[in-house]
Design a binder for this molecule. Structure first.
Ligand SMILES: CC(C)(COP(=O)(O)OP(=O)(O)OC[C@H]1O[C@@H](n2cnc3c(N)ncnc32)[C@H](O)[C@@H]1OP(=O)(O)O)[C@@H](O)C(=O)NCCC(=O)NCCS
Length: 337
């Protein structure tokens, strides 16, 4: 490995070099998955502004590796403030034309040093593994990180097969229990807000996390509102469906995110049914409901991607029944410092 001839500089979301920072991410994403449109720059800018705004649930920074005036590598460090306060989330990307020259290593070392200065003792990073020969996996292994979780990505091509959806709904209705299925866009209805926060909290422990050493996240109504505002600022519509009991408690939810600049590619957000309400096919019912809502509001969506641990057999079974098919992996890695 030759020594990197780049300097690493701090960047804010409104700095002149920030669009080039976003382009490095776009080039790296395109290299991994040429069929996916890279994340729009607006998403990075909105997250950057969120980090510098006071009172949020996370802190963080962006740094760029700059060589001959051009941004060739990108680092983002995210520091949770309300829970998991020993953790730093690191993202490193190097432009495909500048790899294997030590830039990734230099950015990683920089992020690690910053995390240490902020008293963080656990680093976590994700690697998109479109194919088994992913550079991110080799890089993480080379730096002594441990792979704690592998999720399979599944894609659903839309429009969803009407017969499949109707069969799933009919089967779910037979075991259904007395729940009302409701849908909303972007903003959880006020009467459901505290229950939605409980579901989000459970999401961080009930969904399989492999060996990833993370603790339950602290969620309340204010944090749900912060999360919702953050999606709007990033230019995403969020369609949700929930199951509500006779006495008005929200006990299951699912979220779908649609990037408004690229609505042809949507992403599945979280889906959770509270333990006490499992066995009534609520997971299938909320997913079917949100797909129906999506078809009405955003008929231009062509594909939805979702990520599940293989051990999450109930969720994988629902997704397979809907027609989702494997499309690579996403792995989560950690390193204690
Ligand atoms: C992973 C990534 C950041 C590496 O950047 P880089 O500048 O090429 O990394 P380095 O030059 O510092 O590589 C350090 C070592 O990692 C290993 N490595 C990196 N890329 C590799 C590849 N494609 N195949 C095999 N080993 C690889 C090698 O051991 C390498 O040392 P060597 O070149 O002396 O053999 C870059 O490929 C990338 O941006 N990938 C997409 C985003 C990503 O997966 N990020 C990692 C998770 S945060």
């Amino acid at each position: 490995m030759t020594a990197p001839v780049a300097r690493i500089v701090d960047l804010g979301p409104d700095d002149d070099l920030f669009p080039a920072w976003c382009q490095v991410w776009a080039a790296a994403q395109h290299d991994d998955r040429p069929d996916d449109p890279p994340r729009p720059a607006r998403e990075h800018v909105a997250l950057g502004r969120e980090l510098v705004a006071p009172g949020g649930s996370r802190d963080g920074l962006h740094r760029a590796a700059v060589a001959d005036g051009a941004v060739v590598g990108a680092l983002r460090v995210l520091l949770p403030l309300k829970d998991n306060t020993s953790v730093a989330y690191l993202d490193v990307a190097v432009h495909p034309g500048h790899r294997r020259r030590g830039l990734g290593t230099a950015l990683l070392a920089d992020g690690r040093a910053h995390a240490g200065e902020c008293d963080r003792t656990l680093l976590i990073a994700e690697v998109d593994e479109a194919s088994p020969a992913s550079p991110g996996r080799a890089f993480a292994e080379r730096h002594g990180w441990t792979c704690d979780l592998v999720e399979t990505r599944r894609d659903l091509v839309l429009p969803v097969d009407g017969q499949r959806l109707a069969a799933l709904e009919a089967e779910a209705a037979r075991t259904g229990g007395s729940y009302e299925i409701v849908t909303w866009r972007d903003r959880t209805p006020d009467p459901l807000l505290e229950d939605r926060a409980l579901l989000e909290r459970r999401m961080t422990t009930d969904a399989p996390h492999g060996d990833l050493p993370v603790e339950e996240e602290e969620w309340d109504g204010d944090r749900i509102r912060e999360y919702e505002r953050s999606h709007v600022a990033r230019g995403r519509a969020v369609l949700s469906a929930g199951a509500v009991t006779g006495d008005g408690r929200l006990v299951a939810f699912t979220d779908l995110q649609v990037p408004l600049e690229q609505p042809e590619r949507a992403h599945q957000g979280g889906t959770l049914v509270l333990r006490e309400h499992r066995g009534h096919r609520l997971g299938a019912r909320v997913k079917a409901a949100v797909l129906r809502d999506l078809a009405v509001r955003f008929p231009e969506v062509r594909r939805i991607s979702t990520y599940n641990s293989d051990s999450n057999t109930p969720m994988v079974a629902v997704n397979e029944a809907l027609g989702f098919r494997p499309a690579g992996h996403l792995s989560a890695w950690s390193l204690r410092i």
